[in-house]
Design a protein around this ligand. Sequence first.
Ligand SMILES: Cc1cc2nc3c(=O)[nH]c(=O)nc-3n(C[C@H](O)[C@H](O)[C@H](O)COP(=O)(O)O)c2cc1C
Length: 219
Amino acid sequence: MMNIVETLNRRYSTKEFNPEKKISDADMEAVKSLLRLSPSSTNIQPWHFIIADSQQGKARIARGAQDFYLFNESKIMNASHVIVLCARTSAEEEYMQRVLEQEDQDGRYANPEVKQMVYNPRNHFADIHRNDLNDFQHWVEKQVYLSMGSLLMGAASIGLDALPMEGVDVNIINDEFGLSEQGFTSVAVVALGYRDASDFNAALPKSRLPESEVFTFLS
Ligand SMILES: Cc1cc2nc3c(=O)[nH]c(=O)nc-3n(C[C@H](O)[C@H](O)[C@H](O)COP(=O)(O)O)c2cc1C
């Protein structure tokens, strides 16, 4: 078992995947848990994940990695599994009710009063972002990025390699999967699999700004 710092140093953005190595079903179950159990503000869970493991499925995602984004195409095609992280574009009453009912079914509410005590603030938070801060979409996408963080760290901890990609045309991916009609937008893509022995990036040292710049300690 690697310790957490070893895992952080072992993980890196994989630029060349071994196309022959597939992630096991058991590890993919863990990957799904990393995404679904990721925390989100007020437990709003404003996400959906498209997971491709076939060449055909990956090719559909790779339509978003053309022209300027062509540098990401082979990463998508050679990875074992590729995930499109999608964010809701709205959270209507019907959706908010569904989250609430799920929490109820999962046994979180001893009585209707407690249920309401969660429901009202959740709506209030969403309304603040909709109406006061005017950053609802940004707020939602921040929650989705938390799931990407869980995914990257968790994947590394079970020995998987990964590459997060913002270098994709989200509009093309939205069209490819009809996401806008379903009330979602893609925000990023993560490729998962195993590094190829030829990956130049695996041999490069990590580079980060020094602690003195990154941290302020109050003691
Ligand atoms: C949100 C996000 C988007 C990224 N997009 C791309 C990308 O489109 N293509 C790529 O090759 N690397 C991409 N990267 C990789 C970063 O360049 C990399 O994480 C950074 O240089 C730090 O290196 P490390 O991940 O190897 O520690 C992305 C990383 C993040 C976190």
